[in-house]
Every structure is written in structure tokens, then in C-alpha cells.
Write a protein that binds this ligand. Structure first.
Ligand code: ADP
Length: 260
């Protein structure tokens, strides 16, 4: 605990007296610490691709590079520019979601329909990674969300399931009704996550294996976005996992009242 103490004499009274104000500043200091950690993280995340970009430009400037080398550095420029783009998009999304108390674009969304759209969008990535992608969803589940945000939430989980998988692995997505709640599970047969990471997994920029995550183009913000979105819509997200066997991410969202 941290406190500030302010003491001041009270003038104009016959007896000598003083006023003491003691303020608990623990929370304020903690918030300040979180803010400066975030700024340090963002700076690092932005600088890493920029360093690569500047290095590649320097190397491309010299005239004596052969065609293959030039192509290699153009590819580096492409990948790093894309990484910056994704990072900025994710940071903007996160800051919008964090500041939103309620979402004005909320409407009645079919869980299955939004999941189908995500699966269609991510099918090429799954094919490229040789991962089988399946969906088994109750078609009677409706929630109050923004369709774009709902797809972002499901998409981040499905994309992780594909990215952190093994060749010939699978990602199976299910959506079921449990009393007044839609329960969406994204289960993969991938590398898995050790339990000591569960607590911090949904923090911004937290990665189990930073170099692997960067290599496959992760921004480190995906799960944080999922957690904030689930909370914005009155739900929650959790994880179950076993190293080497796979992970299951579970999202619970309240069903629309008259449909539950
Ligand atoms: P990233 O952009 O790095 O994937 P996320 O916030 O989406 O960031 O995930 C945070 C970290 O959690 C990842 O870097 C990875 O280490 C771990 N992770 C997320 N999903 C999975 C999964 N399905 N299987 C194994 N590890 C995962």
C-alpha cells in the first residue's frame, strides 16, 4: 500500500490544531505503472519492424545487390509493413473497445452466421497450414453484439488455433446453448499452453513464446481484444490447455432475453 500524507495547521482557532489528509494512492500508482509499461511495450513493438525496414532500405540502396537479394529485402519490407499495419489496427481496436461503455452498433446477431463468416475467411489460412477446420453450431443462438466485433472475437481465437497448431492438426469450433448463455468453444490440437501462463495470457503483449509469435505475425493483442469484447457484451472468456496436446478457448455470451 502507498499513501500520501498532507498536514496543515488550522489557523484562527484558540487551541493549536492541525488537519491531516491521508490518501491511499496505491491504485493511482498501479495505473501509472501499467500505463508506462504499455508505452514501453508499444515503443518496442513499433521499433522492431521499423529497424528491419530501415535496415532493408539501406541494403537495397547499394547498387551491387543481385536480383535474388533485392527480392529478399523487398519481401522483408512487405512483411514488416504488414506487421506495423496489423499492430496499429489492433491497437486502435483495443483502445476503442476499452473506452466503450456500450457499443452503439449492437444488434441481433446469429452466433452461427458470424462463425460461418469467420470460417470462410480463415479457410485459406487453415489450408496453407494443413489444419482441418470444422464448425458445429446451434442455429438458434442469438446475441446482442456488433457483427464486426463478434467476428473479430471469434476470428482471433480461430486464427490462433490455426497458427499455434501442428501440421495435420485440427481446429473444431462449436456453439451450444447452456441455460441463458451461448457457449462457443474453439478447440485445437496444437502446441498447448502451460498452466502458469493462464493468468497473464489475456494481457496486452503477453506471449508464451515471443519469437515464435512474432515469426508467425502475431501482434500480442489478439487475446486482449477477445477479453475486452467478451466483457463489453456481458460475457467472459476462459482457457483450458495441455502442453503438446492442444487448447480450448471458451467464450460465454448472454443470449438475447426473449430468445433464451
Ligand atoms: P499473438 O498475436 O502473439 O498470437 P494473442 O494475444 O492472440 O497474441 O495470444 C497471446 C499468446 O498466447 C500468443 O503469443 C501465444 O503464445 C499464446 N496462444 C494464444 N492462442 C494459443 C493457442 N491456441 N495455442 C497455443 N498458444 C496460444
Amino acid at each position: 500500500k502507498q499513501f500520501t500524507v498532507y498536514v496543515s495547521p488550522i489557523v484562527g482557532q484558540e487551541e493549536q490544531s492541525a488537519l491531516a489528509v491521508i490518501t491511499d494512492v496505491t491504485r493511482m500508482h498501479r495505473l501509472e505503472q501499467i500505463r508506462s509499461e504499455f508505452v514501453a511495450n508499444v515503443t518496442h513493438e513499433l521499433k522492431t519492424p521499423l529497424t528491419s525496414i530501415r535496415g532493408s532500405i539501406e541494403l537495397l540502396k547499394s547498387a551491387d545487390r543481385d536480383e535474388d537479394t533485392r527480392r529478399y529485402f523487398y519481401d522483408v519490407l512487405d512483411i514488416e509493413a504488414e506487421r506495423l499495419h496489423r499492430l496499429i489496427d489492433d491497437m486502435l481496436a483495443l483502445s476503442q473497445i476499452e473506452n466503450a461503455r456500450e457499443d452503439p452498433s449492437v444488434r441481433r446477431c446469429s452466433v452461427r452466421q458470424e462463425l460461418e463468416q469467420c470460417i470462410d475467411r480463415l479457410a485459406p489460412l487453415a489450408e496453407k497450414n494443413k489444419v482441418q477446420l470444422t464448425l458445429d453450431a446451434d442455429s438458434t443462438l442469438f446475441v446482442a453484439c456488433s457483427p464486426t466485433r463478434l467476428q473479430q472475437m471469434f476470428g482471433n481465437l480461430i486464427e490462433n488455433g490455426i497458427k499455434y497448431n501442428k501440421p495435420n492438426g485440427s481446429v473444431s469450433v462449436t456453439a451450444r446453448r447452456q441455460r441463458q448463455t451461448a457457449v462457443i468453444q474453439v478447440k485445437d490440437t496444437g502446441i498447448g499452453i502451460a498452466p502458469e501462463h493462464f493468468d497473464r495470457l489475456f494481457e496486452r503483449f503477453y506471449r508464451v513464446d515471443a519469437s515464435r509469435s512474432r515469426e508467425i505475425g502475431g501482434t500480442g493483442l489478439g487475446l486482449s481484444i477477445v477479453k475486452h469484447l467478451a466483457a463489453l457484451y456481458g460475457g467472459e472468456v476462459g482457457v483450458e490447455s495441455e502442453v503438446g496436446k492442444g487448447s480450448t478457448f471458451i467464450v460465454r455470451l448472454p443470449l438475447l432475453k426473449n430468445e433464451a
